[in-house]
Design a binder for this molecule. Structure first.
Ligand code: NI
Length: 248
């Protein structure tokens, strides 16, 4: 069930015996020469919807712009300041908590969001405590990256070896291709495998990783591989969602 396609009465009915919600969050940032700028959002969105269907759970509106400061030298990239993202997440959660949602599982598509998500959760818990916990008992938030659980890392290695990479990874490009097959780009990448390394901000990122990829050969992606990764991620995140709801 998608919140934005539901009516208020359907949400009210859902809340009679459920209080969990899945919140997709991604980014709007460059993903190399053949990866869509919305890759992280597209991945989080499709996997969250898959989990929502499998678990009969409500899925909230996708947060499509994240914290992507280090991608800002590439045209099309957008970023929220960490402090803005914290407030966006806090306001999303507290809006829904006002209606009775209590367990918020963020399905995250972008590592750069994690610090802000954790900070937002602390803000939320602080707000709840100061307001008097009686209104919102056991409000809990959790953030999971769609790729974090076994067997996803091993599948990525098996499909792509070390050329899965760490940004514009072959895995994430594959999942986005599965989700949006009308927008697949081919192209020969030069070098085939992008350099590995670190960066300190937008300028060093562009200098050191001129086409936007880190360590990946995203040309190895295919929608078929993406579908396999998608299916395993939906299963793993679904397990984690059920465990989260059952937590004491
Ligand atoms: Ni990404």
């Amino acid at each position: 069930m998608l919140l934005h396609q539901s009516t208020w009465a359907e949400v009210e009915t859902y809340l009679r015996d459920k209080n969990g919600i899945i919140m997709p969050i991604g980014s709007t940032e460059q993903h190399g020469p053949i990866g869509m700028i919305g890759t992280d959002t597209i991945c989080a969105d499709v996997i969250a919807k898959g989990v929502g269907e499998a678990e009969n759970a409500m899925v909230g509106p996708t947060i499509g712009v994240g914290m992507s400061e280090h991608h800002m030298r590439f045209p099309g990239s957008m970023t929220l300041k960490p402090s803005t993202l914290v407030l966006v997440v806090r306001d999303y959660v507290l809006s829904l908590a006002a209606h009775g949602f209590r367990r918020f599982l963020f399905v995250n598509g972008h590592g750069g969001n994690l610090a802000s998500l954790q900070a937002a959760f602390s803000e939320i818990y602080g707000d709840v405590r100061q307001a008097g916990a009686a209104d919102t008992p056991d409000l809990r938030c959790k953030a999971l990256n769609w790729w974090q659980f076994d067997p996803l890392p091993a599948m990525g290695r098996e499909m792509f070896g070390t050329a899965d990479g760490s940004h514009a990874s072959a895995s994430e490009v594959a999942v986005a291709q599965f989700a949006d097959a009308a927008n697949i780009r081919d192209g020969k990448l030069d070098p085939e495998v992008a350099p590995q390394g670190s960066f300190f901000g937008a300028d060093t990122f562009r200098e050191r990783f001129p086409d936007g990829r880190i360590g990946s050969n995203s040309a190895l992606a295919s929608p078929e591989k993406g579908e396999r990764l998608y299916a395993k991620s939906v299963e793993a995140i679904g397990d984690a969602y059920r465990a989260f709801l059952a937590e004491a």
